[in-house]
Ligand binder design. Sequence first.
Ligand code: NDP
Length: 240
Amino acid sequence: MSRVAVVTGGTRGIGAAISEALHKAGYKVAATYHGNDKAAAEFTAKTGIETFKFDVSNYEACQEGVTKIQAALGPIEVLINNAGITRDAFLHKMTPQHWRDVMSTNLDSVFNMSRLVVEGMRERNFGRIVTISSINGLAGQIGQTNYATAKAGMIGFTKALALEVASKGVTVNIVAPGYIDTEMVRAVAPEVLDKIVAKIPVKRLGKAEEIARVVLFLAADENAFATGATFSVNGGQYMA
Ligand code: NDP
């Protein structure tokens, strides 16, 4: 049986690596994205994975997106909440818009997408939800009160939902990456990035594929007992 998996923000960076890993493992994958049509088209040309464009921060847009995905591929059995953005600023300079953008894209999206698939998962007695948090949601980070709040919020959400659906064959888990070599991290100033890498015990950035391996493990049918848990993948940088 080939299960249907949705990866939000699945066309670039960590999400693209997750989409590809699931596809190679035999899942029917829908990779979603927001605005970068060129990256999405290149991703489909390279992988053959179908993409769906909608804004995960908007509930109605997610409703339409989920309806389209289910019409194309079938009921969603695996949801990977990966889409995320940063809008860094010290709190004394942070605008309400910086705050709202990060909260809605990173955290509201997890409610939106999980809410839309969880009823079907309960009815079918099977589901896997994996949400991508961050080391900075566990450890905090200067300039990221918005991002750290959203990423920490995912953990509370995951624990509560894991309890609600534990008897229904649905597991809900978090993967908390450290610093991974993607466009999000390449946007950090090189001198700041050098300081970050110096603090990582393995002395390098992580690879997107190294996050995908853990997501694949958690998405598997065989992973029926790990739930409500947070899996750190950070080169030893923060051991919670
Ligand atoms: P990228 O910036 O490389 O990719 C982000 C993806 O999310 C893109 O596909 C983008 O679509 C999509 N996206 C952004 N906003 C929306 C939206 N409103 N609706 C739908 N899709 C959206 O990110 P990364 O791969 O670096 O990060 C992926 C996740 O991992 C994020 O949640 C991030 O917070 C988390 N993370 C990343 C770390 C890192 O070191 N890179 C470390 C820890 C956590 P489009 O292409 O259209 O813009």
